[in-house]
Structures are given as structure tokens and as C-alpha cells.
Design a protein around this ligand. Structure first.
Ligand code: PEP
Ligand code: MG
Length: 569
């Protein structure tokens, strides 16, 4: 049995597909049989063309247009003539010839004055890679079209790979890297896909099409499981299903403590499709719409209209419940290929989120226009990510005002009362919460980042994940500062980081006075059940006890004890 860390519970049983994302290394060597090599090159090129055609059949709209443009590139003989020359006249191997030949063409396009033509250079680079992969026999996985009951195995799963997945076919995910708070783990929990990270030996032991069973809770991986092992796992799955069924009665109940303290339990979503889960789990609204997923789910920047449609759909489906859309939070561990962001030594401390939007206001304005146009279809709130200083908030608000004025001048209708809030996910914002609260309408604490920036531990780094903890007294103090700061100006404070749905943390957050708990839709009913079993006064006492503690381990032990005492009541 192999093992990793279970990060999304449930049992997965299926056949593996291995995602190999390391780059193919191309070496140059001279070949004897040039004719044969040229035939091989042409055959690979043809295969790529056929693959592309198959992909196009399933697409429509812009995506189909992009792929058709790729097809034209591949079928244009002038683009491959240099590669063919290298094989025929100089006797180089097909891989090297494809690389150098297409790079020559790529360079020509890059240097063209016409903006449209020079932008085609990246299409050629993409096609070049596909061709090289084919020549090197490195099959790419078509993530949008995996067979049923696939257990996806890989070193890592990037956020953009995640966005491409057809989730219905995924029975489980196992990756070598990653941690509980990597985006792939968050996505897996949202969609109730069993997932295991940190499975160190998986790629050495597993190939394509291996029959596997996995337990996303314990991190156990069974290769070619026995009948008995399968039966045991199915029993565990049945218990999980029963547990889930028992929670349905909380769907329409209020999120209120036994002594009448009112909170809201709302949902984190990534795409309009997630609204199904939001409704199914009785969320009182959307506390975080990670809008960057709209950008990552596409090979080009989504247009204003495309974004408008997505926001409108979410607002309509929310039927009057508040929807907090967070503006583009790209960078860090979330890359956008078409933005061509420079590689940075410290991406988490670099050019990301609001920092990009304020320096490239055109990108920001497209999103804001789409948001305001959609605002008439429901109760929209806009949230700014990665705010570290008051000046950023003021600058963002100025741009928002400009957009509103433009819309007004054009007589385009929008809701004038859209609330503007900020994420509290950088310690400087938590420390200055009282001041921020005077200049915005709400806060939402992003513990996923707040923890990493407070204790200087990268959120996805498994090696030091023991140091990445919400139980650190410094993190708890910052959360308290944010909530107290908000309440001083009578604005609400929510939390949309993963900590908001941790059963050990909820009593503490209730005691601290958190107003809104935003989480994976699948966690909502359980969290609401828990809140309804709490007594606000007892939680406040618990807070006093916790604030006296100086060690994260002690805090954790006490909160675990509190939770267990509730279970036994
Ligand atoms: C957070 O940082 O807690 C958060 C909710 O944002 P993300 O996980 O998308 O960075
Ligand atoms: Mg964040």
C-alpha cells in the first residue's frame, strides 16, 4: 500500500491516468536515414493535425476559433519547411529539427509590427510543443476528455490544469507534491472528489491504466486492491453517504447559536457551474467567487461580455442572496499563460492580484464594467484581493468610480449600492483593520494567505507544513484585530479561507464574533449544524482562555478538546 496525505475525503476506485508535466528534453544528433526521419516527422505532424481536428469537433465559439487558427498554422507548409530542410539537407533528428525549425518561424512572427500577427508567435510555440511531444512520444493528456472513473495521478496539478478538468470523469486525484491548502485540494473538496497529496512514491510505482482504490481521508492508496479491501472501502463510503444524508435537514435552517447569536454560512465558488452545489447545500449566499477561474478556464482573456454572462448567471441563480465576487487574483500559485507574467523568485511576494489590476487598469476595468453591468441581476458585492495598504484601496476605489461614471455617461444601468470590501489576507491589512474599516463596506479574512504571510511558511510547501497553522496565537490575534476593527465601524467581517469550515476553529470564530463563514459548499451543512449546537457565551469564554495561550500546540489541543466535548454532549 502506498500512502500520502488525505485532503479531500471519500473513496475513489478507478483506473489511473498519469499526467507527466515535465518538459521533454530535446537533444540534437545526426541521423543516417534522412528519408525515414522525414517520414516520421510528417507522420507526427499529421497525428497532431488529426488530434486538433478531434478537439475542434467538441468545441464551439471562441475556443473553436482559436483551435482552428492552430490548425491553419499546422497545415501551412511554409511553417514546417525549415524543419523539413534541417532533416533533409543537414541530417538532423526530427525532434531537434521541429524545435529549431518552428522556433525560426516563431521569431519571424514575434518581430512583426502587426500586433495580431506577432501575437500568433505564442500559438506557434504551443503547436511546436505539441509536435515535439508527439515526436518524443510524450502523449499529452486531454484533461477535458478523460475516461469515466479516472484516478488522475501526477507530480502536481496546476490551477489551470485543474480548470480544464471534466470533473464528472474524475474518481480521485493523487499528486506527489501539494498540501491541504493547494488550490487543487480546495477544488477537490468543493467537488467532493477524493484527493491525496504528498504521495511521494506514486510516480515511480504507477503507470497509466493501473487499477487503484484510494481513501481521501486517510491517504491510503491500494494498488490492484483485493476484493476484501474494496468491500471495506465501500463500507466507509456508505458511512460517508449516510452522514451526508443526515445533514440535509439543516438545509433550510438558520445559522444561529443556541443562545441566539446570528451568523451566515455562505459558499466559496470558482465558476458559475458551482452554483448547483451552492443551492443543493442551502448556502445563504456566496462569500467568495474566485473570479480568476473564469480567466484560467480559457486560453485567452475572457471578454467583457463573457464575464458579464458569468456574473449574471451567478447572480440570477443566487435569487437575491448576496454574491461577493473577488476581482482577479492571479499570480502566486495561479498563473495565466496569456498574460506573459515574468517568472519571479518569490511569486507569493510578487506581482499578483490587485497589484496587477492597479498597474494594468485596462484589465481591471474590463472586469469592473462586466461586474457593474451584471449588478442589476441580483445583490452583488465586490471584493479586492491582496490589499496591503490604504493607498491601494483608495486607488482601486478611484478606478471603480471611473468605471461607474463611464457607464452612467453611456446610460448603462447598474446598481449604485454595490458594496466594496477587501480581503484581509496580509498581516499589514489586519493590523490596520480599524483604519480600513472606515473606507470600505466589509472584510473577508483569507486565512489561507494570512497564515502563510504571518508565519512565513509557503502554503503549498509540504516539507514545512507543520509550521503552517491557523492555531498560531499570532494568526488568532490578527483575526481578532480584523473582526474588532470591522465592528468598530459597524461593517461585517467574514472569513473565506479554509479555516472557516474547520470544526475545531468554528467555536473560536463564533466567540470572536465572526459574522459570515464562507466555505466549500460541501462543508456548509456540517458547519451550520455545528453553529446551531454552540452557545455564544461559552464560545466567548473559550476565546478568553485561548488568548492567554502562547503556543500553537496548546491552542490546537484546547480547541480539539472543546470540539470533542461538544460531540459527546
Ligand atoms: C485565502 O487566501 O484565504 C483565500 C480565500 O484566497 P485564495 O485561497 O484564493 O488565495
Ligand atoms: Mg488568498
Amino acid at each position: 500500500m502506498l500512502k500520502g496525505k488525505g485532503v479531500s475525503k471519500g473513496i475513489g476506485i478507478g483506473h489511473t491516468r498519469v499526467l507527466k508535466n515535465e518538459e521533454v528534453k530535446i537533444t540534437d544528433f545526426k541521423i543516417q536515414d534522412r528519408e525515414n526521419e522525414l517520414n516520421y516527422f510528417k507522420q507526427c505532424l499529421n497525428n497532431v493535425i488529426e488530434d486538433t481536428k478531434k478537439v475542434i469537433e467538441k468545441l464551439s465559439g471562441t475556443e473553436a476559433d482559436i483551435m482552428n487558427a492552430y490548425l491553419m498554422i499546422l497545415q501551412d507548409p511554409t511553417l514546417t519547411s525549415e524543419a523539413e530542410r534541417l532533416i533533409k539537407e543537414e541530417g538532423y533528428n526530427a525532434g531537434y529539427s521541429a524545435k529549431v525549425g518552428l522556433e525560426t518561424v516563431e521569431e519571424v512572427f514575434k518581430n512583426m509590427d502587426d500586433e495580431y500577427m506577432s501575437a500568433r508567435a505564442s500559438d506557434i510555440a504551443d503547436m511546436k510543443q505539441r509536435l515535439i511531444n508527439k515526436i518524443a512520444n510524450k502523449e499529452e493528456l486531454d484533461l477535458s476528455n478523460l475516461p469515466e472513473n479516472t484516478i488522475l495521478v501526477g507530480k502536481d496539478l496546476s490551477t489551470s490544469d485543474t480548470a480544464k478538468l471534466n470533473l464528472k470523469s474524475i474518481a480521485g486525484i493523487i499528486i506527489e507534491n501539494g498540501s491541504e491548502n493547494s488550490h487543487v485540494s480546495i477544488m477537490a473538496r468543493t467537488h467532493e472528489i477524493p484527493a491525496i497529496v504528498g504521495a511521494k512514491e506514486i510516480l515511480d510505482n504507477i503507470d497509466n491504466d493501473v487499477y487503484i482504490a484510494m481513501n481521501g481521508n486517510t491517504g491510503d492508496i491500494f494498488v490492484n486492491p483485493t476484493k476484501e479491501e474494496i468491500e471495506n472501502l465501500e463500507k466507509i463510503q456508505k458511512e460517508l453517504d449516510d452522514e451526508k444524508n443526515n445533514l440535509t435537514k439543516y438545509k433550510r435552517r438558520k445559522s444561529i447559536t443556541r443562545d441566539g447569536y446570528k451568523t451566515e454560512v455562505v459558499a466559496n465558488i470558482g465558476t458559475p457551474k458551482d452554483m448547483e452545489m451552492v443551492i443543493e447545500n442551502g448556502a445563504e449566499g456566496v462569500g467568495l467567487f474566485r473570479s480568476e477561474f473564469l480567466y484560467m478556464d480559457s486560453d485567452t482573456m475572457p471578454t467583457e461580455d463573457e464575464q458579464f454572462e458569468a456574473y449574471k448567471e451567478v447572480l440570477e441563480k443566487a435569487e437575491g442572496r448576496r454574491v461577493i465576487v473577488r476581482t482577479l487574483d492571479i499570480g502566486g500559485d495561479k498563473d495565466l499563460k496569456y498574460l506573459n507574467l515574468e517568472k519571479e523568485d518569490n511569486p507569493f511576494l510578487g506581482y499578483r492580484a490587485i497589484r496587477i489590476c492597479l498597474r494594468e487598469p485596462e484589465i481591471f476595468k474590463i472586469q469592473l464594467r462586466a461586474l457593474y453591468r451584471a449588478s442589476i441581476y441580483g445583490k452583488l458585492a465586490i471584493m479586492l484581493p491582496m490589499i496591503s495598504s490604504i493607498d491601494e484601496l483608495r486607488k482601486a476605489k478611484e478606478i471603480i468610480e471611473e468605471v461607474k461614471k463611464e457607464l452612467k455617461d453611456k446610460k448603462i444601468k447598474f446598481d449604485k449600492n454595490v458594496k466594496i470590501g477587501i480581503m484581509i489576507e496580509i498581516p499589514s491589512a489586519a493590523i490596520m483593520a480599524e483604519q480600513f474599516a472606515k473606507e470600505c463596506d466589509f472584510f473577508s479574512i483569507g486565512t489561507n494567505d494570512l497564515i502563510q504571510y504571518t508565519v512565513a511558511v509557503e502554503r503549498g510547501n509540504e516539507k514545512i507544513s507543520d509550521l503552517y497553522t491557523k492555531f498560531h496565537p499570532a494568526v488568532i490575534r490578527l483575526i481578532k484585530m480584523a473582526i474588532d476593527g470591522a465592528h468598530k465601524s459597524k461593517i461585517f467581517c467574514g472569513m473565506c479561507g479554509e479555516a472557516a469550515s474547520d470544526e475545531r476553529f468554528i467555536p473560536l470564530l463564533v466567540g470572536l464574533g465572526l459574522d459570515e463563514f464562507s466555505m466549500n459548499p460541501t462543508k456548509i451543512l456540517n458547519s451550520r449544524k455545528m453553529i446551531r449546537e454552540l452557545n455564544h457565551k461559552e464560545c466567548k469564554k473559550l476565546v478568553q482562555e485561548i488568548l492567554k495561550m502562547t503556543s500553537a500546540n496548546e491552542v490546537k489541543a484546547r480547541l480539539e478538546e472543546f470540539k470533542n466535548s461538544m460531540n459527546s454532549k
